[in-house]
Each structure stands twice: as C-alpha cells, then as structure tokens.
Design a protein around this ligand. Structure first.
Ligand code: ZN
Length: 244
C-alpha cells in the first residue's frame, strides 16, 4: 500500500496548471477540542473550528481552487464540484459540515479581482483524524528538546524534522484522506484518492509520495525558505493586493 501527502503548492513550488488557494478562518469562528487520546487524554491534532464557519480566501493565481488549504490539514474548504465528486466516488475521510461564508478574498502575487471568474460555493469539512500512525523511528524523526512523545498511542510531539515518512500499515483502517497520529499537521491520502484526484483534475494541491516527503522546521531550513520568498527571481514575491 502506498500513501501520499496532500499539500498546498505554495510556497515550495509554483505549478502552472494549478490554482493556488488557501484559507484563514475568521476570528469569529469558535474553536473546540474534538479528538482526545483514549490512552493519555491529551488532544490529538489541536483545536478545530466548529460551525457556523467563516473564512478568508487567499488567491495566489487567477482562479478558485477546488481545495482551499489551511488550519494544519485537519480542516479545509472544498468547492461544490469537489464535494459532489467526492461523495459520488465512495472515498472516505471527509465530513462535510455545510456552506461557508467567505468574508474576504485576498489577491496575491499580481492576481486582479476583475480577472477572476465567479466564486464557487465553498463547503467546510473535517479531515478524519487518528486512524493511522506514523512510525517516528523509521521516518527519521527529530524532536525539539523536551518535545519527544510520551504516549505510544497519540505519539504527539514537537517535530523539528521528519521524512521520508513511514505509515504503519497495520494501523490504517482504510480511510482515504486522514491526518495520522504522530504528525498532526499533515494530510495523508490513499492510492485510490490519488487516482480519483487525477482523473477528476482537482485543480489545487500537490501529491507527494510519503517516501519523498520531507518536513523540515530546523532554523537552517527556515532561513532557506525565507531567502526563497525574498528572492524576486523565484517568482514568489509579487505585490500583495488586498481587495476588501
Ligand atoms: Zn496519547
């Protein structure tokens, strides 16, 4: 069984045929702890929003993504098209909670509001949490000092660097899109999800095989990303245009 990471294209690479859309939850949205570890009682994956849901969209290209990424991979926005195709597919792992109020659209990197198509309706959904686990040892995990996991079930810890990823296959219940235990900010998808994603030309998101995935939050990697974002030759700076 192969697993893949589903990630936002920005800012690691710019994909010409992709529509890059992200979202931020509005300040008015209420947060709750929804997933508690059955062994240590700690929470798995942090607090998440509860409806009614309101958000701000951030557009990095002239168009609206079928997915708007945000909030640590545990909650995302999806277009009506995505929702319908997903529900028809028989895939599992998303629980749709209803339509979202988009309070603001932020246009970045030269995107102009007058060039945008009509905004599709967006739906808020939770991504399934905790039904598979990342093997930290086989995934070369390094933790912040004092941030090592103490519970073998939720394996919550402060990860500084990890990858390539190894998911313990016998811990997986067959869910097609999920946030694993032991790496709570990352969305993992199944082979069936990737086939469906490509067949239906879902227009936003990078699919990375887990054996090629590297999560690096060391200070050196941070400096490197910062330099990338500040270098105009990388075509990542642009002129942010805030269209209220
Ligand atoms: Zn635990």
């Amino acid at each position: 069984m192969l697993f893949y990471v589903l990630d936002s294209p920005y800012p690691v690479q710019k994909c010409e045929h992709f529509v890059e859309t992200e979202m931020f939850r509005s300040d008015s949205v209420e947060l709750k702890v929804l997933h508690l570890c059955p062994q240590c009682g700690g929470y798995i994956g942090g607090k998440i929003s509860i409806p009614p849901y309101a958000a701000e969209l951030v557009l990095w290209t002239n168009g609206f993504g079928d997915i708007a990424f945000g909030c640590g991979g545990r909650e995302m926005l999806f277009t009506e098209r995505f929702k319908r195709l997903f529900e028809e597919s028989g895939l599992t792992g998303l629980s749709f909670q209803g339509k979202v109020t988009i309070e603001k659209i932020k246009c970045m990197r030269g995107v102009r509001r007058k060039n945008l198509p009509v905004m599709p309706a967006y739906y808020f959904a939770y991504v399934s949490v905790g039904n598979a686990v990342v093997n930290h040892q086989l995934s070369n995990a390094f933790f912040d000092p004092g941030g090592e996991p103490t519970c073998n079930y939720c394996r919550a810890g402060l990860i500084r660097k990890i990858g390539p990823l190894v998911i313990e296959e016998n811990s997986w219940d067959g869910t097609d899109i999920f946030v694993p235990r032991g790496l709570s900010g990352t969305t993992i998808v199944s082979e069936a999800f990737v086939r469906w994603f490509r067949e239906n030309q879902i227009n936003n998101g990078r699919i990375i095989p887990t054996e090629a995935y590297l999560f690096d939050h060391t200070p050196e990697a941070f400096q490197k990303r910062l330099a990338m974002c500040e270098n105009p030759n990388e075509d990542l700076s642009g002129d942010p245009e805030d269209n209220e």
